[in-house]
Ligand binder design. Structure first.
Ligand code: MGD
Ligand code: MGD
Ligand code: SF4
Ligand code: MO
Length: 748
């Protein structure tokens, strides 16, 4: 689609007078560092290699790590500034206890006293209301060892069914779709296959801002003549350079993929041999896409018939290809259907499991991949095992030295935990590495539920907005204060190296969990002396599972700059590219490359249904939400890094000039976005890069600046992911600036 080049973020001036943003403390970077540590960025799932400079037990700067193969020294603005957060004066150095008479509502508490209080409350709540009345919420920015320990702590120490994690808001539609289609939940290819592709289809991924280093892989492909197709309601920075832009109406991707497949079948751009030998279910899907004519697809998706045909013409006959998607197609009440539709295009082409032929969802959080494999999901045990499967239970119980009967069953998802609080079924909560008050949809409800709890303990290194509702806050560790493994978006297991000790009374997260187990008198299974020892157990617990880490060791990870799982034995090279013809896996046992007993991939019907809340005359505009390059997730970390705040200080609503004119809104005007759940007033940013029927607001802020006051808590029935990417709103020029704009104090 031809458009004038418009910059989304660069041309915007800061609002009003320059504020004194909370910045990292001044760092004395003069002089040589004591050591330079090779490790990885703490933010997104790309997990770029970085070297951190350490002086006097503080991280004082960084150097590129040019040998690390993924990013070869390149970093995005967040990676460059990441080192500034540790020195921030808000860093939690002690435990705190709620005390309404104390300044800020909390008073410091000795570490052991805080642990004793937590253990006492857990005992009391579980004794009075049953074991499942105490729930855990964990996070995928934690190392894999910590996520494994959290799952074990829930099931073996607290014996509660109710543990879930923030990847529920992120990776689960992709995970469910991948498991249904391929039997395994991991990027199918290393990123080195991207530059070898002739056509790259990017759906619902703002690559340049959210996976910035991946941009380089796409550009390498383009330099070799690859065609790039982007599907997004917004012309994202990468989309401005693409060959074909498909401005999909939010929530209509399954229809689009069905429409493209319809044309591919019509033109017989199919790999019949692959479909025959390596898949099941094609005929059923072919029947399902018959009614998805170009005209019907155009009517539903808002994309012209011509563009839909062009997409099929580019994708269909290509020799090699790569399909990438991210939350834009996944954050929906039918996110799994969208993912299945995307995968059907890959399977129909047969372009998978070969050089230059690939597919991946772009994992979001630092350890979004490793954090979804080893048992902190409500239905999962280590190794990607299923908590309902008797054999899987027996294996894990054996490693833990308990009877399978002692393992609880399936718990509920992260949002359902809050509904259970509402119903009085959950009375106590421990959260670690999660900020639900900002990041969950319809979050005024979430804040009320945090207050409703009998007892809430949060483990973090900053007092995030959720932790402000806690009874006890425990000071956890920053990424650079511990070692451990994480798995990058590619499926590469890599190592975070420790740079410094936690300051003050702060503790490494795994120590805090083990201390609670000790004081509860249930320390058996929780006496690890460090992450490596936890990992050695994880290797055994994962052995024979789909996510098999048995052959991975710390030494190998360092020597080989990462090992791709599955890796079942120490002499196994690891598996950078999944599904190669003739490959062996534990599920198929040699019968074929995919992770099902017959070794075949599954075509699944991708059913289109409209969003849970469609527009109407009362709420006529679609709201979609997401990210900007300089902030990360709920903003707890990046809102404390001055230069990143300067780059994008406040949330803004992006709207098209046509819509702005209809509504009488000018650039920078205070604008209210209102849904049936709540409203949010932010400055307008008028851009030609968005559909005129849609507005976009990034979600990295809290309180009155939080767009999750407005979003809807509808969830996908299979994955339980919330529908962050579409709800119905009305938009108007605000009568007056919001309360926060009138305060001079920086906002949390
Ligand atoms: N700068 C930055 N980078 C990050 C993060 C961050 O917070 N900040 N977070 C990390 C994490 S955890 C994640 S999950 C990833 C997220 O990475 P992305 O998924 O790439 O980012 P989002 O901004 O959530 O959404 C992506 C795109 O989806 C589009 N979109 C909205 N609705 C639809 C739709 O219905 N269909 C389609 N096709 N597109 C749609 C939006 O316009 C947006 O451009 O980023 C990771 N990297
Ligand atoms: N409207 C809207 N909402 C969204 C999204 C969207 O696109 N739109 N995206 C969703 C997505 S994809 C995601 S992933 C979620 C993320 O939502 P959250 O997971 O709630 O966001 P984070 O900011 O990662 O919160 C993590 C907290 O963990 C802390 N932390 C980080 N590392 C560590 C550690 O190693 N140890 C400890 N103890 N604490 C740590 C941070 O300080 C922070 O307070 O948000 C979701 N919410
Ligand atoms: S792309 Fe992701 S991992 Fe790399 S520097 Fe940026 S935030 Fe860090
Ligand atoms: Mo995410």
């Amino acid at each position: 689609m031809a458009t004038e080049p418009v910059t989304l973020h660069e041309t915007i001036e800061h609002f009003g007078p320059h504020r004194s943003y909370p910045t990292g403390a001044r760092l004395d970077t003069a002089g040589d560092p004591d050591q330079v540590v090779k490790t990885h960025c703490c933010f997104c799932g790309q997990q770029c290699g970085i070297q951190l400079k350490v002086k006097d037990n503080a991280v004082v700067g960084f150097e590129p790590w040019e040998e690390f193969p993924f990013n070869k020294g390149m970093l995005c603005p967040k990676g460059i500034r990441r080192y500034l957060q540790g020195a921030h004066p808000d860093r939690l150095l002690t435990a705190y206890e709620r005390d309404s008479s104390a300044p800020g509502g909390f008073r410091p508490l000795g570490y052991e006293a805080a642990i004793a209080r937590v253990a006492g409350e857990i005992e009391r709540i579980q004794a009075t209301h049953g074991r499942d009345a105490f729930a855990l919420l964990s996070g995928a920015s934690l190392t894999t060892e910590k996520t494994y320990l959290m799952g074990k702590f829930a099931r073996m120490c607290l014996r509660t069914a109710n543990i879930d994690y923030n990847g529920r808001l992120c990776m689960v539609s992709a995970g469910a779709g991948n498991k249904k289609s391929f039997g395994i939940d991991r990027a199918a290819n290393p990123w080195s296959d991207i530059p070898l592709a002739d056509v790259i289809l990017i759906a619902g991924a703002n690559v340049a801002e959210c996976a910035p280093i991946t941009t380089n892989y796409v550009w390498q492909a383009r330099e070799q003549g690859a065609k790039v197709i982007v599907v997004d309601p917004r012309i994202t920075p990468l989309a401005r350079t693409c060959d074909l832009f498909l401005p999909v109406k939010p929530g209509r991707d399954a229809a689009l993929f069905n429409g493209i497949l319809h044309l591919i079948i019509e033109h017989d751009w199919l790999d019949h041999e692959f479909i025959e030998q390596h898949t099941v279910g094609f005929d059923h899907v072919a029947e399902h896409v018959k009614p998805w004519t170009p005209q019907r697809t155009a009517d539903v998706t808002g994309i012209t018939e011509r563009a839909i045909r062009q997409a099929a013409e580019m994708w269909g006959p290509a020799k090699t290809s790569f399909l990438l998607h991210a939350r834009g197609i996944e954050h929906h009440s039918h996110g799994v259907q969208n993912v299945l539709g995307a995968i059907n295009l890959v399977l129909a082409s047969g372009r998978i499991g070969r050089e230059g032929c690939g597919y991946a969802t772009i994992t979001g959080q630092a350890n979004g991949q490793g954090g979804r494999e080893h048992g902190q999901k409500c239905d999962q045990l280590p190794g990607g095992r299923d908590i309902d499967n008797p054999e899987h239970r027996a294996h894990v119980a054996g490693v833990w030295g308990i009877s399978p009967d002692e393992l609880p069953g399936k718990g509920v998802d992260a949002y359902e935990i809050f509904r259970k609080i509402d119903r009085g079924e959950i009375r106590g909560l421990l959260s670690i590495c999660f900020n639900p008050k900002v990041s969950l949809p319809d979050n005024n409800f979430v804040a009320r539920m945090l207050d409703k709890l009998d007892f809430y303990v949060a483990i973090d290194f900053f007092l995030n907005e959720s932790a402000r509702h806690a009874d006890i806050v425990l000071p956890g560790s920053l990424q650079e204060e511990d070692e451990g493994l994480v798995t990058s978006a590619e499926g590469r297991v890599i190592k975070i190296n420790k740079c410094l000790d936690p300051p003050g009374d702060a503790r490494q997260d795994w120590r805090i969990i083990q201390d609670i187990a000790r004081v509860l008198g249930r320390e058996r299974g929780f006496t690890f002396d460090g992450p490596q020892e936890i990992f050695e157990e994880l290797r055994r617990a994962s052995a024979g599972g789909v996510a098999d880490y048995a052959g991975i060791t710390y030494a190998r990870v360092e020597q080989e700059m990462g090992v791709f799982w599955p890796c079942p034995a120490v002499d196994h090279p690891g598996t950078p590219r999944l599904f190669e013809r003739g490959s062996w896996n534990p599920v198929a046992q040699g019968s074929g490359p995919f992770y099902f007993p017959d070794g075949k991939a599954r075509f699944n019907v991708a059913t289109y249904s409209p969003p849970a809340e469609d527009v109407d005359s009362e709420y006529p505009i679609m709201l979609t939400t997401g990210r900007v390059v300089s902030h990360f997730l709920s903003g707890t970390q990046t809102r404390r890094i001055g230069p990143l705040v300067d780059q994008y200080p406040e949330p803004r609503v992006e709207l098209h000039p046509q819509l702005a004119a209809t509504l009488g809104i000018g650039d920078q005007d205070w604008t209210t976005v209102e849904s049936r759940r709540g409203s949010c007033t932010v400055r307008a940013q008028i851009v030609k890069t968005i559909r005129p029927d849609t507005v976009f607001v990034p979600y990295h802020w809290s309180g009155l600046k939080s767009i999750n006051q407005v979003t809807i808590a509808a969830q996908d029935p299979i994955s339980k992911i919330p529908e962050y990417k579409v709800c119905a709103v009305r938009v108007s020029k605000a009568a007056e600036p919001p309360a926060y704009a009138r305060q001079l104090e920086p906002q949390q």
